[in-house]
Design a protein. Sequence first.
Lengths: 279, 310
Amino acid sequence: MRTTAIVTVALIRDTFREAFARKIFWALFALSTALIAFFIFLMRIDVVEGASATVSLFGRTNPRSTDVRRLVDGAYGGIATFLYTWGMLLAVFASAGLIPSVLEPGRIELLLSKPLSRTHILLGRYIGNLLVVALNIVYLVAAVWVIFGIKTGVWGRQFLIAIPTTIFIFAVLLSVVALVGVMFASPAVTTMITVGLMVISPILAQTHTMMRLLSSETARDIWLGFYYALPKVYDLGRLTMDMVTDRTAPDAWMPIWTSAVFGAVVLAAALAVFSRRDF
Amino acid sequence: MSISSEYAIEAERLTKVFRPLFGRQQVRAVDDVCIQVRRGTTFGLLGPNGAGKTTFVKMLLSAVHPSSGGARIFGEDASRPASRRPIGYLPENHRFPTYFTGFGMLDFYAGLSGLDGATRRARIPEVFARVGLDVRWGDMRIGKYSKGMLQRLGLAQALIHAPRLLILDEPTDGVDPVGRREIREILRGLEEQGVTIFLNSHQLAEVELFCEEVAILRKGKVALAGKVRDLTAGKGYRLAAAEMPERLQQDLRGRAAATASRDGALEFQFSTREQANDAVDLLRAAHCEIESLVPTTSTLEEVFVKAVEL
């Protein structure tokens, strides 16, 4: 048990080391810091009697005062949208090389010669990669939450739900990165396929419209099949935004559990492929 | 074949067939190889390029899955991760990540071998110095290391967890002659401590100097195997015969210095003319066909060339 912990820590630390060396961690950290700095220094919020506020950006003030709570919800929604769109895209770009790099000839043989299973190697990398991105998400969301809390006096705890949901979306996408990574050992192919899944998600999510437009029953079934089988990045993003801005619990859990099933199946497939490969 | 932990390595009919994704042409990289390496010995695996040496080693480490047959490390199934606990391995074309420092790299691989923090802190500078590296280089990124230094560092990572079996692929590659001698001395010291050393090398002179036993692979098969002393012992005789009864095979194996199988025939290496004549008598008495009887040469290089030429 203790040996397993030592080995797991070594694998995670190695992923962090590589993320630091490739400047991946620092690039994500710098981007998050730039966003935080924007909210600290360039956006001024003047709260009037605790209920309404005027916002100044780059020194220019919007003369119309806004309800503080609506202002904060809007900002939370903006950050949540940024996280599950651009944030996820950047995280996938950053992670695409971290699994193929382990499979490089001359490196993988040495790893495999150690007394640990292939499942342990891949899961160690997966968890390390997830932690690199998760740390950045926690840093950005928590900092923005504190800044808005101090500037407006509104401490909307619902915003913090963006931390687990965004990490969850990334964990699902990272399973795709792992599978494509062990199959093709190519960061470019890994990025293309994972980003492709992200891009197709909002299109597949238009199920109501498509059910009306598609005339054939088979075509409708195929559409729905793809919709349910693939990860619902768009739906999960919407769900996060609804929870963050409207403070409502999700009315449908389907996008969460179907995406979780997808992630688990794909990660299991990645482990199976990795276990069978010759190096 | 009896399986016991008297041996550090036991390969039983180990075979690897590579199949292309498209097309039917298969490659038998390793074909029905049986090799036994006793504990505490120094064993050299030789063969020309493409003979299957690296694939054989990778199967011992489970980096390549055998198509058939199996291997055991100190009696444990080689496909199990625990079997690799006593192994220290140095691959030929290693590519250590350049983001590591020397100490950082050793710390990582020691961690993968399950060494705790305190043990790692104590062993890293010790092993670093033991392979002839200046500890002042320990905190330097390995991107700045020369090829010879990287080779020594590779040896250090193989030694960091005090292995009982060292599998080394061209360990002196890129190392200067003085460094080679130093590495040989390190390995000699380990041998004296009872560490089994399995050397995969093209450096025949080095193998001849260092190894007690060798196996020569040719086109994935064992072309010749035996003790270096016997294979290179002055004059000798190689007798090839086919289709002999099992009992006679066992008898001749017991008398011969080395044996090998080639193209359906069995070859026996005898050190003296008397032994060769006795073997001929036995074969004739059993009505077996003798394929050839030839005098053998003396250096390992000559033995190697003859073994792989056919």
